[in-house]
Write a protein that binds this ligand. Sequence first.
Ligand code: NAD
Length: 510
Amino acid sequence: MSGIGFVGEPIVVESPNVEYSKNEIISRYEYRESRVVGNRVTPLNENLIFKTQRQVPKTGVLLVGWGGNNGTTLTAGILANKLKTTWMTKEGEHHANFLGSICRSVTMRIGIDDNLQPVHAPLYDVVPMLNPVDLEIWGWDISSMNIADAMVRARVLDYDLQRKLYPELKDMVPWPSVYSEDFIAANQNDRADNVIQGTKQEQLQALRQNIREFKQSKGIENVIVLWTANTERYAEVREGVNDTADNLLRAIEANESEIAPSTIFAVASILEGCTYINGSPQNTFIPGVIELSERHQVLIAGDDFKTGQTKIKTVLSDFLINSGLKLASVVSYNHLGNNDGKNLSAPKTFRSKEISKSGVIDDVIRANRLIYGENEHPDHCVVIKYVPYVGDSKRAMDEYTSEIFMGGRNTIVLHNTCEDSLLAAPIIMDLILLAELCTRVEIKRAQDEEYTRMHPVLSILSFLLKSPQVPSGSPVVHSLFNQRYSITNFLRALVGLPPETFMLLEHKIP
Ligand code: NAD
């Protein structure tokens, strides 16, 4: 029987367009698009060259909100994989794994074998990727609890696993953080016993000092800073305050009140040359931060991890609308009982989440003017409630109602129960691994002299984010499979392979 092939070692592309040297992979790549003017469509080709460093530098991640459910679950999960920890539950013995990570648990199609059957390879065998177990992890939290006790407080991992990892985590104590009661829910106040005092400028300096010391003490070449702390309220974008990079730096010096803690982290990270990722929905990336990242050519990515409900929503809306059905109403309820839910029970932080969740079907609707008029949009409602009893085990209930052929109605109702942080942790890991890869990629047009880094706003990470940041003027893509193929086609481009077309023409020519 001819099966589906699998390559279990790093792939090597043999092509005149690709050169592998000790340190680099150079790929000459023809990027094809079509320009449309009125009803005239002209194919366009652009010759690009990608250069990917093959050596993965020693990389560290600094988590903001390290002692939270996500921070502790990620740290414990990576450690358990490193130590190959096993643990018992009533179902029997469990082994550490990376399920839920596209970098570690997903394959992509590479080509066909002699029998014209597809052959797949893990993403990490297409180009060199950081192995998560090699990652150095540290971070900040407004709670001084060590990571072992914080893991216990989170009530996410099984008891026996907690017991085995506790000794390894108990000496990890988060650095004090920047805290402003005004930006997160008042109900977080009793957690805040680990706070950097002083002006915003002094706080910025303290964070920069932390980053430098982390690098030096562990011999780390590349640091990524990732916000997995509580959702903040939206910051107001004010002229003269946070609208440009220079105004933002001046506003921090002037101790201006509308500068959010997350913005101070982003600024510290950019000034230290460290990629910054925002896993929460707030508008950390105000115009001043984006300009600063462009000025320093430091990569940034956000916003808000795309874990459960939104992931399904971006699949279902794509499926319904691209099947020609008119999705007319989407109603989503969530209830959760973890500290994130507690923080989101305040209207100002809930509003950030509501904004982040509500734009996710926009692109698929805008693309179809056969079904939807110019300003037409389905009803879309998002409700989040805090129910302490369910803990981290979030419930998501969704109802999708569509209009179908000749006046019919189609209603799909979903109920999803899942540990929130067990979905989020592998996504956080993927953000880190893919962002690290992007720091090793340079690009140029064939006729250009110099390579440049990728655009600082990493839209390539959209698959992992609810409300993706994109370069100014770039369309936002929410559809999950489009996002996924933009990652795998990008990896193919780095080794000179054409994009996946799904045409299977080799089987269609008689
Ligand atoms: P959590 O409340 O368990 O953890 C957040 C941690 O951040 C806490 O330990 C808190 O003490 C700390 N914190 C708050 N303000 C801080 C500051 N200024 N500096 C440093 N630390 C600070 O929440 P969680 O479940 O780990 O989620 C973290 C974030 O990720 C939330 O904003 C949440 O909305 C976002 N998110 C989570 C998911 C998911 O599925 N888990 C999905 C999308 C987004």
